[in-house]
Design a protein around this ligand. Structure first.
Ligand SMILES: NC(=O)N[C@@H](CC(=O)O)C(=O)O
Ligand SMILES: [Zn+2]
Ligand SMILES: [Zn+2]
Length: 425
């Protein structure tokens, strides 16, 4: 990580289309007239500045599975992708289900992070779905996002209690929506023509949407905050749209970059890189997700960056570990499918990938506009640059990159977190 010397970025373009010089000192954007005389100047003409991206859904694997990813490598990938904050999912070893475990993850972030690392607490002890974890103690420690991700909070009473209990703490339950009866542990391919032909256990779309339908009603009933992680189906979009239209529940939703771009036929080669939970869906679902992200029914893009070792992926498709990388290519995917298609403008990208995830995670100093007085978190983009994705060049330790070999935008020129340059091409 570079030091935090004063800096002036000249000729930067902002999301409203205007151009400006940006001065950075003591971790904040300051008036250019107030920039110290010895400030280093960087020519940034033509580059677009977005607020530093915020990922509400990252798997860092430390502690417990450091052969797949560490806080150092995962946050290096994050900085390379334009992120200045990531929320670390609690499916670690030990599980982040106590205040001490949450504090430990936060400390690893302070020690090794190339961006801010915010621990997510488990909803239930050991993520086993039976007994509530130490929600109050974790909340007292500053945790605001709670999730059993990787597992679904499938017991209705546990979900009711979690929503109720977290309400006074302004905490949010982030649900991995997968009915374990409709989509059990072996389910690994969208249930339909392809799963039938390949002989893979099916993961029907309703295994996701029926859980979300129940949950949004519980959110309305309890008044608690609810966030639907990685939604992947048109039916889930319908449910979220219905709940938001009613306007009586505090409900938000997320989509991953891979569910915005990649469809079910990618699994036809049985390449386990493409095994993920929830599974890749047919094109009509992808279309519904893009439309929902554009109109705000889906609030944010969350990467679900899920590094796995080769050993954990080198198995028959139905037993390999699910999950794929995402931190380094998420902005590229959003550019390709949302911006280049005219569905979302740059202010929309800043909202879905920075302001909204920071708001849902209650991270007040992230997701702020690029403006004088604000914390100096930004990513500078060259909107015309493209490159072939090469998994071998990833900052992540893992190689389960589903975009390998694709020609995609490669926009990130510089990432700055709290006034420090954390990535520069
Ligand atoms: N998405 C995945 O397929 N895997 C995630 C867990 C999860 O997000 O459910 C992982 O931790 O590997
Ligand atoms: Zn999940
Ligand atoms: Zn996840």
């Amino acid at each position: 990580m570079s030091d935090a010397n004063p800096l002036v970025l000249t000729g930067v373009e902002l999301v409203d289309g205007s151009s400006t010089d940006l001065a950075i000192a003591r971790g904040r954007f300051v008036d250019v007239a107030d920039a110290p005389g010895d400030a280093q100047r960087i020519d940034a003409s033509g580059l677009l500045a977005l607020p530093g991206l915020v990922d509400l859904h990252t798997h860092l694997r430390e502690p417990g599975k450091e052969d797949a990813e560490t806080v150092e490598t995962g946050t290096r990938a994050a900085a390379r992708g334009g992120y200045t904050a990531v929320f670390a999912m609690p499916n670690l070893d030990p599980t982040t289900d106590t205040a001490e475990a949450a504090q430990y993850v936060a400390e690893l972030g302070l020690r090794d992070g190339h961006c801010e690392v915010v621990p997510i607490g488990a909803v239930t002890k050991g993520r086993e779905g039976a007994e509530l974890a130490e929600l109050g103690l974790m909340a007292a420690q500053g945790v605001r996002v709670f999730s059993d991700d990787g597992a679904c909070v499938h017991d209705s009473l546990i979900m009711r209690r979690a929503l109720t209990y977290l309400k006074p703490y302004d905490g949010v339950v982030a649900q991995h929506a997968q009915d374990p009866r409709l989509a059990g542990p072996s389910a690994c391919c969208h249930e339909g023509e392809v799963s039938g032909r390949l002989g893979l256990p099916g993961w029907p779309s309703v295994a996701e949407s029926t859980i979300i339908a129940r949950d949004v009603q519980l959110a309305e009933f309890t008044g608690g905050r609810y966030h639907a992680c990685h939604i992947s189906t048109a039916e889930s979009v319908d449910v979220i749209r219905w709940a938001k239209k009613r306007g009586r529940a505090q409900v938000t939703a997320e989509v991953t970059p891979h569910h915005l771009l990649l469809d079910t036929p990618h699994v036809e080669t049985y390449d386990t890189t493409f095994k993920v939970n929830p599974p890749l869906r047919p094109s009509e679902h992808i279309e519904a997700l893009r439309e929902a992200l554009a109109d705000g029914t889906i609030d944010i893009v969350g990467t679900d960056h899920a590094p796995h070792t080769v050993q954990d992926k080198d198995h028959p498709f139905d037993v390999a570990s699910p999950g794929m990388l995402g931190l380094e290519e998420s902005l590229a995917v959003v550019m390709e499918v949302m911006v280049h298609s005219g569905r979302l403008d740059w202010a929309g990208v800043a909202d879905r990938m920075s302001a909204a995830p920071a708001r849902i995670g209650r991270l007040a100093h992230q997701g702020r506009p690029v403006a004088v007085g604000e914390p100096a978190n930004l990513v500078l983009l060259d909107r015309s640059r493209r490159a072939m994705v090469d998994r071998a060049r990833s900052a992540s330790k893992a190689r389960n990159n589903p975009y390998h070999g694709l020609d995609l935008p490669d926009p990130v020129e510089l990432t700055m977190w709290a006034g420090k340059v954390t990535f520069r091409r």
